[in-house]
Ligand binder design. Structure first.
Ligand SMILES: [Zn+2]
Length: 347
């Protein structure tokens, strides 16, 4: 078990990662009950920050799986971040944190207790939490992925530079920034800072690669990768005929076509369990079909249910894409990564 559900707010499950629980135990051990209390209030602020993102995201139809709390912060797991809503979704978190911080600061002028005692130092709770919220808001406004500021920067740059270049800039800034944090962490021997640096580095590069993959998957169409060589089977053919075709052409599956129309598919799995004189029409399956302009994304989706998909345009069979074809495409993309892929997407 990796995380524990502790609450459900606005329909969103709030979960604690088990490392977060370990941290709480450590905090209690080293800083006592007062340190423990401060951490709880601080992470309640983090939850509020994430809920602010989630609240706006929901307005854009985003589905939020959960809010996960880790020792170095929280994250709202969203199924997608729509381009049009990115600016508002990203800025909501820091704005609420800074607003809450200022509010608590104002309040602390009138209410001076409780005062926490952590390692002999006194911390007025309201002032401390106020300060931490302002820090949380400002830190997240840094214009670098994976901080909110990175998303804000991307949203601002996209109209001028395009989504891809804007993403690249924000994620490169994230990597520079993580490097600075890493150096600071090493100089000051601060393990938390080093962890945050690694987390930011990973988050920054991941964002860019996910986009590249998404883009390439959207750009590659069925007509680009299909095999146009089609060997047809008639519904009146027998299993024996199909076995003969398999020997001759070495394909393991064939489209069943009647009067120029695709009506089924027959594969090795279908014929291996029946006798030779059975007719194809009695054992064929219904085919998975895509159109020539469907994307690699659509194809991979359909291949989950079938070994091959048929490319059909206006009822006419144009080509076949097998799992092997798709794996070959992915292999080529993996070998020829970034430079070529970027050029391809920019065209
Ligand atoms: Zn945020």
């Amino acid at each position: 078990m990796q995380s524990f559900r502790i609450a459900r707010i606005m329909g969103i499950p709030i979960e604690l990662h088990f490392t977060f629980l370990l941290l709480l135990i450590l905090v209690y051990y080293f800083w006592g009950l007062d340190g423990f209390l401060l951490y709880i209030v601080l992470f309640a602020s983090v939850v509020l920050h994430e809920l602010s993102h989630s609240y706006v995201a929901k307005k854009y139809g985003v589905n939020i799986e959960k809010i996960l709390l880790l020792p170095i912060g929280g994250m709202a797991m969203m199924d997608k971040i729509p381009k049009e809503g990115e600016f508002k979704i990203a800025i909501a978190g820091p704005l609420v944190s800074i607003f809450l911080g200022v509010l608590l600061y104002g309040l602390s002028q009138f209410i001076h207790f409780p005062i926490l005692d952590i390692e002999g130092e006194s911390y007025p709770l309201i002032t401390t939490v106020g300060t931490l919220n302002i820090m949380l808001g400002v830190f997240n406004l840094l214009p670098a992925f994976p901080m909110d500021g990175g998303r804000i920067l991307r949203a601002l740059l996209t109209p001028r530079l395009g989504y891809l270049k804007a993403t690249k800039i924000a994620s490169t800034l994230g990597q520079y920034f993580s490097f600075i944090l890493l150096v600071l962490g090493i100089i000051s021997l601060n393990i938390i800072l080093i962890l945050i640096a690694l987390f930011i580095y990973y988050g920054a590069s991941q964002e860019y690669h996910a986009l590249i993959t998404q883009n390439i998957f959207d750009k590659i169409k069925a007509k680009d990768i299909m095999s146009p060589e089609i060997i047809l089977v008639s519904p009146e053919n027998t299993v024996n005929d199909v076995v003969y075709l398999m020997f001759k052409h070495r394909y393991m599956g064939y489209p069943v076509v009647e009067r120029d129309k695709l009506i089924g598919t027959v594969s090795f799995n279908d014929i291996s369990v029946v006798s030779d004189d059975i007719l194809v029409k009695d054992i064929m399956k219904s085919p998975e079909v895509v159109s020539p302009s469907d994307t690699l994304n659509d194809i991979i989706h359909k291949l989950a249910n079938s070994e091959r998909v048929y490319v059909v345009e206006r009822d006419k069979l144009k080509g076949i894409i097998s799992k092997t074809d798709v794996l070959r495409v992915l292999k080529i993309l993996g070998l020829k990564n970034n430079q070529m892929v970027e050029e391809y997407i920019d065209n």
